[in-house]
Design a protein around this ligand. Sequence first.
Ligand code: NDP
Length: 234
Amino acid sequence: MTRSVLVTGGNRGIGLAIARELQAAGDAVAVTYRSGQPPEGLFGVKCDVTSWEDVDAAFAKIEAEQGPVEVVVANAGVTKDTLVALMSEDAFTSVIDTNLTGSFRVAKRAVKGMMKMRKGRIIFISSVVGLAGSGGQVNYAASKSGMVGMARSMARELGSRNITANVVAPGFVNTDMTAELPEKLQETIKQNIPLKRQAEPEEIAAVVRFLASDAASYITGAVIPVDGGLGMGH
Ligand code: NDP
């Protein structure tokens, strides 16, 4: 049966690749977008994940269009990089509000329907830096490691309802987010990656497709690195 799927921040980058991959797998896929236009061929709902009202309204629209959400991918995220001594409180709290609290809002709203259905897959897009840390990214790393504790707590809380919660931790992926980095820094990062290259968004999407599939029915509370070996050991 066709499943109802939601990918937040699915209008570009990793989120769009995930949405297309799950659509190719046969799911009915909705994406949220915050700015611009929804991508062609996907059901798009405008939603800022920093607003509970937006998240709640987006779910209501998606439920009406394609039924209760069975697979949710919390992907929307931002960076506001700077050194800790220079980081404003707003730069810290706004990144947490989008990446961590935003993912909480989305997962919380999804769980409502999943509990009734007695099935569901919650997938959080974290980052290698959530576990390894990263100079200049105290806010971002905190938001991404917070997802691990959140997912594992949900895994414990919701396992008896046949709902899994897992984390994907990408490394250095070819999207707008990394294109902003100075070229020299991009080269240095690549040299530290055993596979010596960036990932393409589709390589992250393939793992999300697996976690959402029947093949992953016994995986919950896991953190799956997709980082070319960058974070090995965490
Ligand atoms: P992009 O910057 O390309 O896309 C970010 C997406 O998040 C956009 O769709 C954006 O919407 C959306 N978004 C941002 N803020 C909000 C908000 N407040 N409400 C709703 N949507 C929002 O990023 P990537 O595709 O590179 O990253 C996707 C995820 O993967 C992020 O969580 C990121 O942290 C994570 N990640 C990325 C890595 C990389 O190397 N690129 C590595 C590890 C993790 P809009 O278009 O409207 O701005």
